[in-house]
Design a protein around this ligand. Structure first.
Ligand SMILES: C[S@@+](CC[C@H](N)C(=O)[O-])C[C@H]1O[C@@H](n2cnc3c(N)ncnc32)[C@H](O)[C@@H]1O
Ligand code: SF4
Length: 413
């Protein structure tokens, strides 16, 4: 790594993974596991568990938070004098973790980390676990942004997706969160669902707007290996229909006042952008705690962390919750490996060019430590092909470039 990187100028975020769900969705390949004692858990979220059953679940979560606390303590040398700018609690289903455990976790984080004054703290929530959600209490522990995993506002589609909630619960949960005082609420929607018509896809967007979403993540359903849908794929809209859904969906989002700032992300106002995700896309650093969590970190000095040399590293945590929680017996980090210099171009561009507004070229050097000499000819060629524009030291994909983003990225590999 060249000495171009000043680590103090690389923003630092924190990702926290909560790896359990009430039930595994048939399309999902995230690191999510059905909670042990799931029968007990289902009762607990319906608030009719006995004291004994809920205490089994509580003990489980208590041990997991113990492991998260040890994990963050191990990573403290990686801060290198920096404050944390955002925290993202993802899953799995983070809304399963009791508020008392969030309180413990945040008390600890506040005691060992320096946090920015305008810290953004997002939690992913599943509307099926929020019937009696303590929204005000989430705000009190410091969570100030919610990301609702809604997927669709059609009961038939939700059933086909194996979701544990219906459309009404999704509407009610989002509205309740807003009423409790959340000013930043994302709704995750998927399109290209089994047998989905254009009208059904557009209806979902309108419903998300009506529920008060200030941010919409609008993903096309992908069929991932190792999922139930991969082995038994339902009938999906064909390419022609998908193209219509894409085109008209973007139009409706625009008409409803949402601006597209990243391939799949839309906001009602600029200050509603997810700062945590923008940090990923701008190749910032992030610590990561929790089973299967992935981090990226710049090490400025050979003596900072376990004798790792200066460089930019990716690391990941052991995936299985039971392994992660038995810290004494198992290493938590399964990989801590430098990003090779020849891969930095591709890695940086793969993230940065997802942003509609593009990326300042000086950020390339600030984050990778490389000069722009090597990428200048590539940028020039892509400009000639009308896939990129460069002006005032900013590179930005054109509409055509955004449509053929993979081709643009290939040029940098
Ligand atoms: C890690 S999930 C967490 C959300 C939460 N667990 C939930 O489902 O309610 C984040 C989002 O990724 C999207 N997602 C998951 N699997 C997907 C797939 N196969 N194709 C497209 N989007 C997917 C869904 O919109 C989901 O809400
Ligand atoms: S609730 Fe979310 S994380 Fe869990 S299985 Fe479903 S999509 Fe995956």
């Amino acid at each position: 790594m060249s000495s171009l990187i000043n680590v103090l100028q690389v923003p630092l975020a924190l990702y926290i993974h909560i790896p359990w769900c009430v039930k595994k969705c048939p399309y999902c390949d995230f690191n999510s596991h059905t909670l042990p004692h799931n029968d007990t858990l289902s009762k607990t979220i319906n608030l009719d568990a006995t004291d004994q059953t809920s205490s089994i679940v509580d003990d489980h979560f208590h041990l997991y938070v113990d492991a998260l606390i040890k994990d963050i303590n191990d990573q403290l040398p990686l801060l290198q004098g920096r404050k944390i700018s955002s925290i993202f609690i993802g899953g799995g289903t983070p809304s399963l973790l009791p508020i008392t455990q969030y309180q413990r976790l945040f008390d600890h984080l506040k005691s060992v980390l320096l946090l920015c004054d305008d810290l953004e703290v997002t939690m992913e929530a599943n509307p099926g676990t929020l019937e009696h959600a303590p929204f005000e209490q989430y705000l009190q522990v410091g969570i100030n942004r919610l990301s609702m995993g809604v997927q669709s506002f059609s009961d038939t589609k939700l059933e086909a997706l194996g979701r544990i909630h219906n459309a009404n619960q999704a509407q009610m949960a989002t509205q309740a969160a807003k009423k409790a005082g959340f000013k930043r609420v994302n709704i995750d929607l998927m399109h290209g669902l089994p047998n989905q018509s254009l009208q059904e896809a557009l209806y979902d967007i309108e419903q998300a707007h009506q529920a008060g979403a200030t941010h919409i993540s609008w993903y096309q359903l992908t069929i991932e290996p190792n999922t139930v849908f991969y082995r038994n794929t339902p009938v999906l809209p064909d390419d022609n229909d998908l193209a219509k859904i894409e085109e008209q969906g973007c139009e409706v989002l625009n008409q409803l006042g949402y601006q597209n700032y990243e391939v799949s992300a839309w906001v009602s106002a600029e200050d509603q952008q997810c700062r945590h995700n923008v940090n990923y896309w701008q190749f910032g650093d992030y610590l990561a705690i929790g089973a299967g969590a992935h981090g990226k970190i710049t090490i400025a000095d050979d003596s900072v962390y376990n004798d790792f040399e200066r460089g930019i590293y990716r690391f990941s945590k052991t995936r299985l919750p039971k392994d992660y929680m038995t810290y004494e017996q198992y290493p938590k980090t399964v990989g801590f490996a430098p990003i090779a210099e020849e891969d930095l171009n591709g890695e940086f561009m793969m993230n940065a060019l997802r942003l509609t507004s593009g990326v300042p070229l000086n950020l390339y050097s600030d984050r990778t430590g490389l000069t722009t000499a090597k990428i200048k000819p590539i940028i020039k060629r892509l400009q000639q092909q009308k896939l990129l524009v460069e002006a005032d030291n900013l590179i930005q994909p054109t509409d055509l470039g955004r449509r053929y983003l993979n081709q643009v990225l290939q040029a940098f590999l």
